[in-house]
Design a binder for this molecule. Structure first.
Ligand code: PLP
Ligand code: COI
Length: 356
């Protein structure tokens, strides 16, 4: 499929302000769009200036939540080139989310080609300072203008990009997490392992409660017994306990994080024992009381590696220090060096945007 390009110089009258960057509030000059119609497939691929879009008020995605998204980042190397980290993993996960929400599959290689083109055009928006990056948001939503409940037959896929500072604290500064005991995020057989808007909408009430108590996000427990640890709002979770690293196993209700999968591999390469298994909050609290729990950290594209310095479960507050411990620090260094092109890419995880 050919990509139609409509270029416009500085369409929003905005420039990249590397000193004052937040997360997700400023967008680059251009966006990618393509449409789907049943019988015709994906078509009309185009890159156009970043601008509002028009939709019918009856567009199905607005009513029944048939939407999926991805989150990835572009990193500036010292030589000025731009790296992506395992981009095809994101597009494969997008297709797995599509499958769950009855959205037609996309051609993963084509989407990488489209993103490459978008970055060749808007690459100037990738920050030049290490640890700042350009957050990339591919997403798909149903556009059929009708209200009957059935899988949609028309969709739009878009990619927008936004310069991003770190999502939580600075680098390895610890964050505080609150264990949610009342609400649940997902159940096995539900759609927890898909990256779809509804999972995040359902999490907001807990997020507000956590923030009111000065906690950054919540840690979700399983939806049936509220006993087993699942994941945090925007990251997977790891514990260092008895010199071993433990993370909840993928069970259908947890998002299979690409940073999670990469971290497991990087840590095993460093000689650590990493176990993916069911783990209860009770086990964690007991290990904390017995001084066997040495670190907790989260992994995610937006979150990178975020040490958790305080975990509150019911009335119990577990404290693990203001900065990341040995494992989180090592992992943060390994991962960010790879992403920003300072480390040797032995696993072929890095895709460098070719010059035009
Ligand atoms: N869990 C949730 C709910 C997320 O939103 C994310 C972020 O995408 C993650 C985990 C981490 O996934 P990844 O490492 O692929 O960014
Ligand atoms: C991610 O892409 O890392 C996310 O989890 C998205 C987040 C901002 C909700």
């Amino acid at each position: 499929m050919k990509i139609d390009i409509q270029y416009k110089e500085n369409p929003q009258g905005k420039i990249l302000d590397e000193e004052n960057m937040g997360f997700g509030d400023t967008f680059t000059d251009h966006m990618f769009t393509m449409d789907y119609v049943e019988g015709k497939g994906w078509h009309n691929a185009r890159i156009t200036p970043y601008a509002p879009i028009s939709l019918m008020p009856s567009a199905m995605g607005l009513h029944y939540g048939q939407t999926v998204f991805e989150g990835m980042k572009a990193y500036r190397r010292k030589d000025g080139k731009i790296n992506l980290f395992r981009p095809l993993e994101n597009f494969k996960r997008l297709n797995r989310s599509n499958e769950r929400i009855c959205i037609p599959k996309i051609d993963e290689e084509f989407l990488l080609k489209a993103l490459t083109k978008l970055l060749q055009i808007d690459g100037g928006w990738v920050p030049h300072v290490k640890y700042k990056s350009l957050y990339i948001r591919p997403f798909i939503f149903a556009t059929d203008p009708q209200l009957g409940l059935r899988p949609a037959k028309e969709f739009k896929l878009m990619i927008i990009m936004s310069p991003a500072d770190t999502y939580y604290g600075r680098g390895l500064e610890s964050i505080k997490i609150f264990v949610e005991n009342e609400y649940v995020r997902a159940v096995r057989g539900g759609m927890g392992e898909a990256k779809t808007g509804g999972n995040y909408a359902g999490s907001l009430k807990s997020q507000i409660d956590a923030m009111e108590e000065n906690y950054a996000q919540v840690l979700w427990l399983d939806g049936v017994e509220r006993k087993y640890i699942e994941e945090v709002g925007a990251m997977n979770i790891f514990f260092v306990l008895d010199e071993k690293i433990i993370t909840p196993q993928l069970n259908g209700s947890i998002l299979p994080g690409i940073t999670r999968k990469s971290s497991i591999e990087l840590l095993r390469d460093e000689g650590y024992t990493v176990e993916e298994k069911r783990i209860t909050m009770e086990e964690i609290a007991k290990a904390y009381d017995e001084n066997r729990l040495t670190e907790i950290f989260g992994t995610g594209t937006a979150a990178v590696i975020s040490p958790i310095g305080q975990l509150k479960w019911k009335d119990k507050v577990m404290k693990l220090g203001d900065m990341g411990g040995e494992v989180a620090s090592l992992l943060y260094q390994k991962l960010t060096d790879l992403q920003w092109g300072d480390g040797k890419d032995e696993k072929n995880w890095i895709y460098t945007i070719p010059e035009e």
